[in-house]
Design a binder for this molecule. Structure first.
Ligand code: HEC
Length: 105
């Protein structure tokens, strides 16, 4: 058991070290592949219109919280109906990754 731990610890440390950049990279792929760019813009700034929020540079925790609110149908604006299916399509890990990416822009 001790041997196993000794073998695993460096791997774990390496994983933690690279986790943030990898997640941001994953977030970029998710943002593009899931079609988020259609409304929020390829740069997450040049949105489809004034009632489509700019996501670039927004706080990570805020973005994750909003995705949760949308998923739980707690946001009730007319436009939120467009967004809910996209929020529903994201797993917890994907939400974190996409928020990580967007907050770094
Ligand atoms: C069909 C257009 C459309 C697409 C595609 C879309 N969104 Fe949205 N999104 C919206 C609209 C509209 C809102 C604002 C909803 C509201 O007013 O409640 C929104 C809100 C959000 C918010 C909350 C922003 C804030 O400041 O409160 C986040 C985060 C978000 N979208 C992320 C995404 C992600 C990630 C994807 C891709 C998986 C995506 N959106 C795809 C239209 C879209």
């Amino acid at each position: 058991m001790k041997k196993l731990m000794t073998a695993l610890l460096p791997t774990l440390a390496l994983f933690l070290f690279v986790a943030t950049p990898v997640m941001a990279e994953d977030g970029k792929i998710i943002f593009t592949r899931k079609g988020c760019t259609i409304c929020h813009g390829t740069d997450a700034r040049t949105t489809r219109g004034p009632d489509y929020p700019v996501l670039a540079g927004q706080h990570k925790d805020y973005l994750v919280a909003q995705l949760h609110e949308l998923k739980a149908k707690k946001r009730t604006s007319v436009r939120s109906k467009e967004m809910i299916p996209f929020a529903n399509s994201l797993t917890e890990e994907q939400m974190t990754a996409v928020a990580e990416y967007l907050s770094g822009l």
